[in-house]
Write a protein that binds this ligand. Structure first.
Ligand SMILES: [Zn+2]
Ligand SMILES: [Zn+2]
Length: 374
């Protein structure tokens, strides 16, 4: 039995259609007849990056997954950038996203289930009232409701979205001298690029790419999508280790969101960066590889002996991974202790402590003495 489709959300439909048409038709025409210069191009890149990183580092890794903690000034900057990206409030976005992770690929619950097809998971889910009841229930984000910046942004989301989307391009246009060009490029083109690259994570990153860590859900690792989305393309890793502040864990993987968070931590603006234990990551990869070989070999003839060998090697590998990481942990602990002992025994440290104690005594004496005569 097929259910009637829920009503269309006209505002969303209008925003998506209008902005896309202007970006696809208006901007090239303007480029041809009037032209854009490098400063406008640079501003487009800056505004696109601001929107993108506010969503990836802020909405996604900070608020939805609590992969790290950030200073209030950083959270405020993300909150403004998120409104500029026009992807609903932090509270709503995070609530949707937590459901997506918990019920991934479940067509009845996952708000943008990839199993409902490319169009639905990309944009279709926002065009009709599929999740109308969700606009009041944020019970899965009680922690975020304690964040004053989140609640402030939620309350003033519409004025903030309007102010940033018109204000920032307008301001730049006035300074640069081409208001219409700025509204077109930094306003509309930036918004459309930002929208659809982010939407690719819900659609393409669940369809196109490899599954090195798990095949229990549709999420894929895709370096090209990572390039378009500030590192979010490593979505297969992300769906299994969702609280890791990194999505691309190798040094050569393109994950500017990870780099930003790490830099913020060097300046004391971010803390408690969470990472998944390395042994778990390595075991997940090995298990996935074994599974793939099992599937491939089970189809062929005379595969039993090979399969047994692979499985035996897998068991040894898992055991050695456990052994190695346990020993490494011990070693690091011993090193830390040794360093502490060594430090305590250093002459300069002893000298310093003695001098410090003598000074403190002298200060006390001085205070007592001066109190008598002052
Ligand atoms: Zn996903
Ligand atoms: Zn996520």
């Amino acid at each position: 039995m097929s259910h009637p489709k829920p009503p269309i959300i006209w505002l969303n439909l209008m925003i998506f259609t209008l902005t896309f048409s202007i970006a696809a038709i208006g901007a090239p025409l303007y480029a041809y007849f009037v032209g854009f210069d490098w400063q406008q191009g640079l501003m487009l890149l800056a505004a696109f990056s601001y929107c993108g990183l506010s969503i990836t580092a802020g909405y996604h890794r900070l608020w939805s997954h609590k992969a790290y903690e950030a200073n209030a000034a950083v959270r405020f900057i993300y909150a403004i950038g998120g409104a500029f990206a026009l992807q609903n409030s932090i509270l709503h976005w995070s609530s949707d996203h937590r459901i997506h992770h918990r019920h991934v690929d479940n067509n009845d619950v996952d708000p943008y289930s990839a199993k409902r097809g490319f169009f639905y998971s990309h944009i279709g889910w926002m065009l009709r009232e599929y999740q109308a009841h969700r606009y009041t229930d944020y019970s899965n984000c009680r922690d975020l409701q304690k964040d004053k910046i989140v609640m402030w942004q939620h309350k003033y989301y519409v004025p903030l979205a309007v102010a940033t989307n018109f204000g920032i391009p307008l301001l730049f246009g006035l300074i640069h001298g081409d208001v219409w060009g700025a509204l077109l490029l930094v306003g509309v083109v930036r918004l459309v690029l930002s929208h659809h690259t982010t939407f690719f994570i819900n659609s393409l990153a669940h369809i196109w790419g490899s599954q090195p860590y798990t095949d229990k859900n549709t999420a894929r690792d895709n370096g090209f999508l990572a390039f378009l989305t500030f590192g979010e393309g490593y979505h297969n890793y992300h769906h299994i280790f969702e609280n890791d502040y990194r999505n691309g864990i190798r040094w050569w993987q393109f994950d500017p969101t990870k780099w930003l968070i790490k830099c913020l931590s060097w300046f004391g603006l971010a803390s408690n960066l969470r990472t998944c234990p390395e042994d778990k990551i390595e075991k997940a990869r090995a298990t996935m590889m074994l599974k793939r070989i099992q599937t491939r070999l089970s189809a062929g003839p005379d595969s039993r002996v090979v399969l047994q060998k692979v499985e035996a090697e897998y068991d040894v590998l898992i055991q050695k991974i456990s052994e190695y990481y346990a020993t490494r942990k011990q070693l690091l602990e011993v090193k830390r202790q040794a360093l502490r002992d060594q430090y305590d025994n250093l002459d300069i440290v002893k000298q310093y402590q003695e001098i410090k104690a003598r000074l403190e005594q002298q200060r006390r004496d001085w205070k007592l003495l001066t109190a008598q005569y002052a």
